[in-house]
Design a protein around this ligand. Structure first.
Ligand code: ADP
Ligand code: ASP
Ligand code: MG
Length: 410
């Protein structure tokens, strides 16, 4: 008898028929004698609708109230799924994040899980019932409702699987697994049978939204195997697991893109120690996460700084930067949302030279101008104009030989 955590994403629970489809899958597993914990997202589009409603009132709603609002999406789904299961004769009980006690810090809209209490779930399973848990939400030590950032139900599922010591965590979504790139953007994308935690971490961090990055961090830390697969068929999906020798031989295993960042430039600041610290210090105090950073070579005692932030933080960023830039007598601040970050990821890069050079050459051959570059041990990212996103992903996918059958590297 296995203990399995299954997570169903927004599309998989998009309407009552799809919720019935999920219920049938859960019922089958339950009938096989397994203990099943189901974690669900809000119905597709629901979270966006809630956010849009708040944004129609004010551009910057209070984060605490946003969490109260956004957490209602998942509450609808747990109730509908539990009602459907019970209607089918399967005993099931729904739980919100605060009922379980998925304990988080107090960073509203981007909270981090610190503890998952398992008593309620274990009691439910011991009664032979299915536990249906709301993803994406938790509760802080003062009892405030929190949410875990967009795509956070993945993290709820893996954290619950880790806390329960589950045999595996199945992430059911609208594609068959993790692909070499987004299959909805690049039809030649190929499904991977397995991918290392480290590669998945990088892919998730650079925009492959199939798994939220924190879920992969949890999985790696607690050794939870993740199986990403479709809720619409029985196909074997992709296993996210510890790295093995065969993986090192593939130089580039995936390509991701992110259109949700904005580029901010502060031109003509004094070229002397402490200036960069001052600008980024002000941003970090406001919890704004800065991604790619470029500082040009100073000329005539002046330098320019360019960096990217999430588009959702752009207006706050400009507000924070303005007084600092005025104090530093900066010449100009500009912002651009029409950018995309394209990244190639692969553990094999550690031992192969020339990967970045090849990426630059391929983009140049298509006339795609590179605005910013950042690298890590197993990743190269280029910021480009947004209109070239699809083209860049497709030509890089071809250039790095990612289409076709998986390379035979056993
Ligand atoms: P869910 O609602 O089930 O959580 P998401 O929309 O968050 O689903 O994630 C699934 C989507 O991730 C896919 O529909 C696909 O467009 C996108 N995606 C981006 N990169 C990849 C990738 N490398 N492999 C698979 N899907 C990807
Ligand atoms: N409903 C949340 C979102 O849309 C969480 C999730 O789907 O994982 O981001
Ligand atoms: Mg998701």
């Amino acid at each position: 008898m296995a203990l399995v955590v299954q997570k169903y994403g927004g599309t998989s629970v998009g309407d009552v028929e799809r919720i019935a489809n999920v219920a049938r899958r859960v019922a089958k597993r339950h009938a096989e004698g397994d203990n099943v914990v189901v974690v669900v997202s809000a119905m597709s589009g629901h979270t966006d609708n809630l956010i849009n409603m708040a944004n129609s009132i004010t551009e910057r709603p209070e984060p605490r109230e946003m969490d109260v609002l956004m957490s209602t999406g998942e509450q609808v789904t747990i109730a509908l799924l539990a009602i459907t299961l019970r209607n089918m004769g399967i005993p099931a009980r729904s739980f919100t994040g605060s009922q379980i006690k998925v304990v988080t810090d107090s960073a509203h809209t981007r909270a981090r899980i610190s503890d998952v209490e398992t008593g309620g779930i274990k009691g439910t399973l011991a009664n032979g019932e299915v536990a249906v848990v709301a993803g994406f939400q938790g509760v802080d030590p003062s009892g405030n409702i929190t949410t875990l950032g967009r795509g956070g139900s993945d993290t709820s599922a893996v954290a619950i699987a880790a806390a329960l010591g589950a045999d595996s965590c199945e992430i059911y979504t609208d594609v068959d697994g993790v692909y070499t790139t987004d299959p909805n953007l690049c039809p030649k994308a190929r499904k991977l049978d397995k991918i290392s935690y480290d590669e998945m971490l990088e892919l998730a961090s650079v925009g492959a939204k199939v798994l939220q990055i924190r879920s992969v961090e949890f999985a790696k830390k607690y050794g939870v195997p993740i199986h990403v697969r479709s809720s619409f068929n029985e196909n074997e999906g992709t296993w996210v697991v510890e790295e093995d020798d065969s993986m090192e031989q593939v130089i580039v295993s995936g390509i991701a893109y992110d259109r949700k960042e904005a580029k901010v430039s502060v031109k003509g600041v004094p070229d002397k120690p402490g200036i960069v610290a001052k600008i980024f210090g002000a941003l970090s105090e406001e919890n704004i996460v800065v991604d790619v950073i470029v500082q040009d070579i100073g000329e005539g005692g002046k330098a320019s700084l360019t960096f990217t932030v999430p588009q959702t933080d752009l207006s706050k960023t400009l507000d924070v930067i303005k007084p600092v830039a005025d104090e530093l007598e900066a010449e100009e601040i500009s912002a651009n949302k029409e950018i995309a970050k394209i990244s190639i990821v692969g553990v094999g890069m550690r031992s192969h030279a020339g990967v970045a050079a090849k990426m630059f050459k391929v983009l140049a051959a298509e006339g795609v101008n590179i605005l910013m570059i950042s690298t890590s041990e197993i990743k190269v990212s280029c910021v480009i104009e947004e209109k070239y996103t699809e083209l860049a992903v497709r030509v890089l996918h071809d250039a790095f030989g990612l289409e076709g059958p998986a390379p035979n590297i056993e």
